[in-house]
Design a protein around this ligand. Structure first.
Ligand code: AMP
Length: 215
């Protein structure tokens, strides 16, 4: 089964993807996490991507598309895509790749959250650099201040989670990524989910729809 989570930065895609990965036993692919790791390790790809990421811009397609398609090929049970595709040309590349390998996207969930809520959430977000878990020091703090509940790592404030960069990322989302909503609506596979409620309630809704439609 192949699932795509669509939504603005901070909509909660990563949180839902991690829950779905555990529940369905399929691979979670998050280009943002992969690129941050590459940047941390100062690989060639990481160095090329760094500036785009810090400014909240999209990393060029030629660096991202193959990197993701290769991972999709290795995932036998399917994937949860969290952050890819992010524009129409990536979506078209994904469609033709799935067609080539005889697979398809089964579900596209768009998690809807207002811009005001996104700015509030991201500016107080802290993440674990090791496992990628995401916390919010106002709405969803870790048990021990500044420390990841899962692996005890010190939480960090992402460089692109500052108010100015959040605004650029929202502009990029509106211009490049939002058109995917109509793209997948036209393909008849888009499902809207209200994203401003408890994350477990959102998860129950998503998993309920998947189970109902898969039977
Ligand atoms: P994220 O962790 O999903 O918020 O992504 C962080 C940053 O990684 C984005 O602001 C982009 O610079 C880059 N990025 C992530 N996914 C993509 C993608 N599909 N295409 C291009 N750039 C991406």
């Amino acid at each position: 089964m192949n699932i795509l989570l669509l939504g603005a930065p901070g909509a909660g895609k990563g949180t839902q993807a991690k829950l779905l990965e555990k529940n369905l036993n399929i691979l979670h692919i998050a280009p943002g996490d992969i690129l941050r790791e590459e940047t941390k390790n100062a690989t060639e790809l990481g160095l090329q991507a760094k500036e785009y990421m810090e400014n909240g811009n999209l990393v060029p397609d030629e660096l991202v598309i193959n990197m993701i398609l290769k991972r999709i090929d290795k995932a036998e049970n399917g994937v949860i895509l969290d952050g890819f595709p992010r524009n129409i040309s990536q979506a078209e590349a994904l469609d033709s790749h799935f067609e080539e390998i005889g697979k398809k996207l089964d579900f596209v969930f768009r998690i809807k959250v207002s811009e005001e809520e996104i700015i509030n959430r991201l500016s107080s977000r802290r993440v674990c650099p090791k496992c990628g878990a995401s916390y919010n020091f106002i709405f969803n703090p870790p048990k021990q201040e500044g420390i990841c509940d899962i692996d005890g790592e010190k939480l960090v404030h992402r460089k692109d989670d500052t108010v100015n960069t959040i605004k650029s990322r929202l502009n990029v989302y509106n211009k490049s990524t939002r058109p995917l909503v109509n793209y997948y609506k036209n393909h008849g596979i888009l499902i809207d989910v209200h994203g401003e409620k408890d994350f477990m309630e959102i998860f129950e809704e998503i998993i309920g729809i998947i189970k109902e439609k898969s039977n």
